[in-house]
Design a protein around this ligand. Structure first.
Ligand code: FAD
Ligand code: SIN
Length: 519
C-alpha cells in the first residue's frame, strides 16, 4: 500500500493534521491507521478542556505563558511556550468551524473554567466531556474528506527505515512508512509513505494504574526509539492527583477533573483535615506535581490508600450542569456528591516527554514527524500545565501541516521488503504475555512512581532486564500479536523512563528523587 501521508493515530493530533492536509491537497492521499475503534484514544476521555486566552479584559498571553513556565519549573522552552499560547485562539476557532461545540456562559461568551496552576479562568470546555466532543467533531469532518482513508484495527508494528532495506540504501537514514498488523486478517502490511506522522498518544498503561485507556502503551515512542530517533524528558511522567480510588488498583481509573477543584472542591485526608494549605499557598489549585506529591506524602504519613475530594459545600445544581458525567459516574458508584466525599488517589496520567521534535514537528529522522502526547516539544518542561495538552496537539498538527504544505521533496522509489516472519509460530501460551505485563506494571508502580530513589530505580533496571530477555525470546519465535507488540513497546518505554530518571540529578516539577534532595 502506498500513500502520501501515513498518520499513526486517530486522536486529536492525528485527525487535526489529516483534516488540514487532506483539505488543502485533495489529490493527495492520507491514510490514518489506528489500533482500536477509530474514536478510542486519550482524546476521547479528556474532561477539563482546552486552555486558551480569550478574555482580554482579565487574561493575557503573558499570563498564560507565565503560568506554563511556572508549571514547567524552569525546563520549558520559552519560545515554544510563546508560540503555542499565541496560536491558541486561532486553532480553537478552526476547531469550532469544523463543528466542535463548547459551552457558553450567561453573557453569551465561551464559558471559561479554571484548573490548577492557572492564574485566570481560561479553560474552554464541553461540559466535562470535552474530548469526546472534539473527537466526534474531528471524525465527522475526516469522514467528509474523500482522500482520507481510516483503517481501524490496524496496529503499527515498526517504522520502515534504512535498517529494513535489503537492496539500495539511501545515504541518509529516513522513514519510508510502517509495517502494520491488520488485526482482523492477522496479516502484516507494508505501508509506504512519503511522510509519516506519529500521533500515537501516551503511555499510562505502562503503570497499569492510570487515567488512560488501555490503548495508551507508548507504541509510537517505542517505534521511534527503535528507529533511533531522539527521545527526551521521559522521566517526567505526570500523575493526576484525583483519579477515583478503586480497591483493585491495577486498572484504568475514572478521572475526577481538576476543574472540579477549580470549581471549589477541597481535598481532605481520612481524618477530615483539608491538608493542601499546609503544602502550598495555592492549596488545591497548586500545579499537579505539587498536589500529587502532597497527597503521596499524606498517604505515606497515615498509611491510608486514598484521600477524599469534598464537593459537599458546592452549588450542586451548577455542579451537575458543568460536570454531569462525573456526577453520574459517582452516583453509579453509590457516591452522592451532595453528602459523600469522593475517594481519590493519584494515577499516571500524561507523559511530558517523548519523541523530540522541533517547532515544525520534525523528529531527528527525515520524513518522520510527531505531534500530540507522543511528542516532546519543549512546551511542558518538567510538568504540564492543565489543559495545555489538547492545545499543544492542535498547534503542532497545524505546524506539521504548514511545513509539509511547502515541502518539495521527491518520493523515493525504493523496494521495501515485506515483513519477514520466517521461523515464527503461533505461541502456545498467551498467558505469559499477561504475566509479564503484570510484572512490568507492578515494577513501574512500586519502583518508578511519584517519589523515586536511586536504589529503587537501580532495582527496577535489574527486574526489567529479566522481563526484557524473556519477552525478546518470545518475540523472536512467535507470530506477532497486538498484546505481544504492546508489551515489547511498554518495556522499551519503561527502560527509557528509568534510565532518563537516573540521569536527572536535580528534582524538577513532576520528577522527585529522594537522593537528589540537598540537605
Ligand atoms: P490520543 O488521543 O491518545 O490518540 C492516540 C491514537 O493513536 C489512538 O487512536 C490510538 O489507538 C492510536 N495508536 C497508538 N498506538 C498505535 C499503534 N501502534 N498503531 C496504530 N494506532 C495506534 N488534556 C487537556 O489538554 N485537557 C484535558 O481536559 C484533558 N483531560 C484528560 C482526561 C483524561 C482522562 C486523559 C486520559 C487525558 C486528558 N488530557 C487532557 C490529555 C489529553 O487528552 C491527551 O494528551 C491528548 O488527547 C492526546 O492526544 P493524541 O492525539 O496525541 O493521542
Ligand atoms: C482534567 O480535567 O483534570 C484533566 C486536564 C488535563 O489533563 O489537562
Amino acid at each position: 500500500m502506498t500513500t502520501n501521508y501515513l498518520v499513526i493515530g486517530s486522536g486529536i493530533a492525528g485527525l487535526t493534521f489529516s483534516v488540514k492536509i487532506a483539505e488543502k491537497f485533495p489529490d493527495r492521499t492520507v491514510t490514518i491507521i489506528t489500533k482500536s475503534n477509530e474514536e478510542e484514544s486519550n482524546t476521547k476521555y479528556a474532561q477539563g478542556g482546552v486552555a486558551v486566552v480569550l478574555n482580554s479584559e482579565k487574561d493575557s498571553f503573558k499570563k498564560h505563558i507565565q503560568d506554563t513556565l511556572n508549571a514547567g519549573d524552569g525546563l520549558c522552552d520559552p519560545t515554544i511556550v510563546e508560540m503555542v499560547v499565541k496560536e491558541g485562539p486561532k486553532r480553537l476557532e478552526e476547531l469550532i468551524t469544523w463543528g466542535a461545540n463548547f459551552d457558553f456562559d450567561t453573557s453569551g461568551n465561551l464559558d471559561l473554567g479554571k484548573e490548577g496552576g492557572h492564574s485566570e479562568n481560561r479553560v474552554v470546555h464541553h461540559k466535562d466531556i470535552t474530548g469526546f466532543e472534539i473527537e466526534r467533531a474531528l471524525l465527522t469532518k475526516a469522514h467528509q474528506l474523500e482522500n482520507i482513508r481510516i483503517l481501524p484495527h490496524h496496529f503499527a508494528i515498526d517504522l520502515i527505515t534504512n535498517h529494513h532495506l535489503t537492496e539500495v540504501k539511501p545515504k541518509i537514514d529516513a522513514c519510508y512508512g510502517a509495517y502494520v498488523l491488520d488485526q482482523k486478517t492477522e496479516t502484516i502490511l507494508t505501508i509506504k509513505a512519503q511522510h509519516t506522522v506519529l500521533a500515537s498518544g501516551g503511555i499510562g498503561w505502562v503503570y497499569g494504574h492510570t487515567t488512560n485507556p488501555v490503548i495508551a502503551t507508548g507504541d509510537g515512542i517505542a517505534m521511534a526509539y527503535r528507529a533511533k530517533a531522539k527521545i527526551a524528558d521521559m522521566e517526567f511522567v505526570q500523575f493526576h492527583p484525583t483519579a477515583m480510588y478503586n480497591a483493585l488498583g491495577n486498572q484504568s481509573s475514572f478521572l475526577i477533573s481538576e476543574a472540579v477543584r477549580g470549581f471549589g472542591a477541597y481535598l481532605r485526608n481520612k481524618a477530615g483535615e483539608r491538608f493542601m494549605p499546609k503544602y502550598s499557598e495555592k492549596a488545591e489549585l497548586a500545579s499537579r506535581d505539587i498536589v500529587s506529591q502532597s497527597i503521596d506524602s499524606e498517604l505515606k504519613k497515615t498509611g491510608d490508600t486514598h484521600v477524599f475530594l469534598d464537593c459537599t459545600h458546592l452549588d450542586i445544581t451548577a455542579f451537575k450542569k458543568h460536570f454531569p458525567n462525573i456526577y453520574n459516574k459517582c452516583k453509579s458508584h453509590n457516591i452522592s456528591i451532595e453528602t459523600d466525599w469522593i475517594p481519590v488517589v493519584p494515577a499516571a496520567h500524561y507523559l511530558c516527554g517523548g519523541i523530540h521534535v522541533d517547532k515544525n514537528g520534525k523528529t531527528s529522522i527525515p520524513h518522520l514527524f510527531a505531534c500530540g502526547e507522543c511528542a516532546r516539544t519543549g512546551l511542558h518542561g518538567a510538568n504540564r500545565l492543565a489543559s495545555n495538552s489538547l492545545l499543544e496537539a492542535l498547534v503542532y498538527a497545524h505546524n506539521i501541516f504548514k511545513y509539509l504544505s511547502e515541502d518539495r521533496s521527491q518520493t523515493l522509489n525504493l523496494n521495501i521488503p515485506v515483513w519477514n516472519d520466517a521461523g515464527t509460530m503461533t505461541p502456545k501460551e498467551h498467558i505469559l504475555i499477561q504475566h509479564n505485563l503484570q510484572q512490568l506494571q507492578a515494577l513501574m508502580r512500586n519502583y518508578v512512581g511519584i517519589v523515586r530513589s536511586n536504589d529503587r530505580l537501580t532495582k527496577a533496571i535489574k527486574h526489567l532486564d529479566l522481563i526484557y530477555n524473556e519477552v525478546e525470546d518470545f518475540y523472536k519465535t512467535s507470530k506477532l500479536s497486538t498484546p505481544l507488540c504492546e508489551l515489547r513497546n511498554m518495556i522499551n518505554v519503561a527502560h527509557l523512563i528509568i534510565n532518563q530518571s537516573l540521569s536527572r540529578k536535580e528534582n524538577k516539577g513532576g520528577y522527585f528523587n529522594v537522593d537528589n534532595v540537598v540537605n
